[in-house]
Design a protein around this ligand. Sequence first.
Ligand code: PEP
Length: 252
Amino acid sequence: MAANWKMNKLVWEAEDYMTRLLPQISDADEVDVAVFAPFTCLGTVARMVQDTPVMAGAQNFYYQDSGAYTGEISAPMLEDIGAGAVIIGHSERRALFGETDEMVARKTARAVSAKLLPVVCVGETKEERDAGRMWEKVSEQVRAVFDFLDANRIVGDDLVFAYEPVWAIGTGDVASPADAQETIGRMRVLLGELIGEDFAGEVRILYGGSIKPGNVGEILAQKDVDGGLVGGASLGAESFAEMVNGAEAVVE
Ligand code: PEP
């Protein structure tokens, strides 16, 4: 279960949240948990999750390690601050900040080589879905992720995918469990063809888009859905804890 705070929380709020979250999820030992915080709170979150199984993650980075890239943050910088994961290609970055499939692929390759777990987001817009082009878009994005990776060396633990239909993000319009299963199942088949059956069986694929405590159970119960990337409903420690514990109940 992954919390994406987006551009929310000051340092004191992050501290308060983590202080409340950690004890509430301490029994959920079958669920991997990551908190994707803004850069300004990331050091605080990373410090607070030390000696716990929870991972601190960033919401973006740049694939070069250093140099004249004003305003950017590199993989070594994220490692230095204690981050273990990073979201790549979130639809908000693709739509608002011009992130292309090529940038997503370069970032994914650098994150993998840095042993920073990438959570790579893919998903179609409402217009694309209505035009019957959902799979064309999602499969194109999935294929592009591997452009700078060595398919012979990559293993299922190296990265995580998140299927996030853009029309479901922050809208309250959650995909039906059957729709989430269908697309994620097709992604797994495609990954088997592109990389291999072992990889496809191991790689974790999350669903994201208006997950909340009331719907997390039925989405995670789907065969190919391995977890959730949660935006709005992860902003409250109690609500996110409820979803982590809901995921634990599904696993059990
Ligand atoms: C997200 O930001 O990745 C997301 C899924 O947001 P929300 O849960 O608010 O739809």
